[in-house]
Design a protein around this ligand. Structure first.
Ligand SMILES: [Zn+2]
Length: 78
């Protein structure tokens, strides 16, 4: 079973559909049982959508990184 840290770290790859089949299955399984990571992926998705729509003047990896960092902090406190 994937840990929260792993799930968060792979979040962007998951959304970019860059994960292999089993990794994807593992992610989905984890997301089914973990509210935290579900919330993270959802927020990440919204961020990516906003970036792709150009709602930010400078699409920044920073925002994605910041989000990742925040959730990793949460995950490590559990
Ligand atoms: Zn999790």
């Amino acid at each position: 079973m994937l840990s929260c840290k792993h799930t968060i770290a792979q979040g962007t790859d998951y959304l970019d559909k860059e994960l292999g089949f089993w990794r994807k299955v593992e992610m989905k399984m984890h997301l089914m049982i973990c509210v935290n990571c579900r919330r993270y992926v959802k927020q990440l998705k919204q961020t990516v959508v906003m970036l792709s729509k150009g709602q930010f003047k400078q699409p920044s990896e920073q925002q994605v990184e910041q989000l990742k960092q925040e959730y990793q902090d949460v995950a490590s406190k559990q």
